[in-house]
Design a protein around this ligand. Structure first.
Ligand SMILES: Nc1ncnc2c1ncn2[C@@H]1O[C@H](COP(=O)(O)OP(=O)(O)OP(=O)(O)O)[C@@H](O)[C@H]1O
Length: 280
């Protein structure tokens, strides 16, 4: 039997190769939170990912953008550990997804919130699994309420709330565990614009303030760029990284950010890369 690798995770001076990853190395480049090496995923005979490598930076927001069906949701679901992969390695500073506190916000909030629970109980729900004292659970709830500055009556049930309000509940529920990594799959796509602006603004404040490593899948290029520290552009299948564009405009970013030259420059470059990939 092979001895288990019980050495502590360690930062590496350079990137690990896929072969090193396959050999069970748990080291990671400084500043990197998620290290993906040699990732492979097939659905039947169709390879979605083949020997895919990626480093995701710590405490930053990375937007994932790419051609239709290239595997954006598949990627974040594999990283989050809710979809198995066929080969390769995904580590969070040397740890597995199970050893990492993760939050996930789905596009379909109607299926994500518990209809039989009041909004406040939906938000509080995951805290019972963290083994915290009552005082600490209450402190977490208070911090979250203060961060979001919610004016909403949270004693209501989901059916008494608008779609945007339900998505706010599901975002708050994902954040109450104070995740190290947050996954957002098209979180605003079915919401009205006023609510989208409110959620973008509050979410940015919390994620940047708490330095949560975030992966956001968005079909809206404006949104992908607006919220991101890095815009990860993917190719068609088998999917590879087409480019990874940094965007370091000051925060908070608002609708006014979208008319700045920096924003337009990154968006234009992203669009060129996207169109090149779609035409291939
Ligand atoms: N459970 C599954 N069984 C078979 N094929 C699947 C399954 N899940 C995804 N696929 C296929 O894998 C590919 C990637 O799917 P995925 O949903 O990750 O892409 P996406 O980039 O998020 O798509 P979209 O742009 O439509 O949101 C698609 O061709 C999809 O049809």
């Amino acid at each position: 039997m092979r001895a288990m690798d019980v050495s502590p995770p360690r930062a590496a001076p350079a990137h690990a190769t896929a072969a090193e990853a396959a050999a069970g190395h748990r080291w990671f480049a400084p500043g990197t939170h998620i290290t993906i090496r040699g990732l492979t995923k097939r659905f039947g005979d169709a390879a979605v990912y083949e020997n895919f490598d990626l480093d995701i930076p710590h405490g930053k927001i990375t937007s994932v953008f790419g051609p239709n069906g290239c595997g954006k949701s598949t990627l974040i679901n594999m990283i989050a550990g809710i979809l198995p992969h066929d080969g390769g390695q995904i580590l969070f500073e040397g740890k597995t997804a199970r050893e990492t506190r993760i939050g996930y916000v789905f596009q379909n909030y109607r299926e994500a919130v518990f209809p039989w629970m009041r909004a406040i109980d939906n938000i509080r729900y995951p805290l019972q699994y963290l083994g915290l004292s009552k005082a600490e659970r209450e402190a977490r709830m208070d911090r979250l309420m203060a961060d979001f500055d919610v004016k909403l009556d949270l004693s209501r049930y989901p059916y008494q709330m608008s779609g945007g309000q339900q998505q706010l509940v599901s975002i708050m529920r994902a954040l109450v565990v104070e995740p190290e990594v947050l996954f957002l799959d098209e979180p605003f796509s079915a919401l009205d614009y006023e609510m989208v602006m409110f959620l973008r603004e509050r979410l940015q404040k919390v994620l940047v303030g708490r330095k949560v490593t975030t992966l956001l899948v968005s079909h809206d290029l404006d949104e992908a760029v607006l919220l991101a520290d890095h815009v990860l552009l993917l190719t068609k299948r088998p999917t590879q990284v087409a480019d990874n564009l940094p965007f370091d405009a000051p925060r908070p970013r608002t609708a006014a950010t979208t008319v700045t030259p920096e924003f337009i420059d990154v968006k234009t470059r992203a669009l060129e890369i996207f169109q090149r990939e779609v035409r291939k």
